[in-house]
Design a binder for this molecule. Sequence first.
Ligand code: URA
Length: 441
Amino acid sequence: MNMNDIIYKKREGNSLAKEEIEYFINGYVKDEIPDYQASALLMAIYFMQMDKRETFELTNAMRYSGDTIDLSGISGIKVDKHSTGGVGDKTTLIVAPIASACGVPIAKMSGRGLGFTGGTVDKLESIPGFRTSLEPEEFLGQVNDIGISVIGQTAHITPADKKLYALRDVTSTVDNFSLIASSIMSKKLAAGSDAIVLDVKCGNGAFMENLSDATVLGNIMTEIGESAGRKTVAVITDMSQPLGKAIGNSLEVIESIETLKGKGPSDITELAIYLSAVMIYIGGKADSLEEGRLKAEKVLESGEALEKFREMIVAQGGQGEVIDDYSLFPRHSVQKKILAKDSGYVSEIKARNIGLASQHTGAGRATKEDDIDLSAGIYLYKKVGDRVVSGDVLATFYGNDKLKVANAVKEAEKAFIITTKEVECPLLIKKMIGMSDEQKE
Ligand code: URA
């Protein structure tokens, strides 16, 4: 077997055999296959696609390219949750404590942000002292003790995905169904949970810009999960405008805490309750989705979910006092507002431009090596459908570098569209895949 033949085979539109996929993944991880041949194969896959079998085999080859986590020492149905990536998406910080407070063990590995999308690990690191890197025994021990831990993915899990994702990022081969599905599902399967809830983002701030593409991706990922013996549900949700009002690491943690206090924006609250309900149901802690939703609402109202979040922060070395005192988060020194030029209704807040603007403030990375400013980001005062009067503040930009903040404002000005006609809010939860109609009741 050699790479040249494999690239040729895919370039001509043929299916690759399991052994050929494994040869590529194993050789690439061991640095035996150079980036130029891997790039050529990725581009051939991008144009010629992979079928279901190939995608499943690619997922498995990446899943077993490094360590896999054994969560069998934790009793109960462990439920993982993953978002395909969006702007202002802090849902994990809210659903993980809600589901845990309802008895679902959460042993979750999350990623960092790249480009205009944020990452849970960066957000958690804005909490002073919070450790996102725990040894496996400490991670499992914490889940057994308090029912929740969220950490960063270790270097030893799916190294093939880590290398390939970085290569895809610089070869314009990210947005392909099979490559996205295998990347996400290899990590989820290696991370060991029994059931997986996928939040497939759809809109201009996501890899999948329309509902039909998001549906294809959701179907592929749920089939991979089920074929691997894991209950897998995908929920397709809106990412045409940012989720919630805060974008940027510490700003998003503060908004998550506010949501756990029952004072969050309506969209993030609705999505968090919905995803938590699915997790509680497939985690066996409710007999129906409706019961899952009621349980999620109950622990939000009682403050148990908030206390669970505090417990996790303290267990991982963070300052639990941040829950009551937001001045403990990293501080910004520069702040700038943009104002509405016209009166009318907000018809669009393009998530992609806001994500890029947030990256410009210093909140996101352009390359994996970049440092980020944990205090930087954007706070939106208006959402799609809101009425505005000329001169109203649309958003405030935060950071520690005047030039960066000015660049962010320039980018974000393209994001807001104001019309004279009244506008309806986009539908937040668009579709669910992987549950029968009966189960959805
Ligand atoms: N998130 C991932 O982990 N991988 C992708 O390919 C896209 C989004």
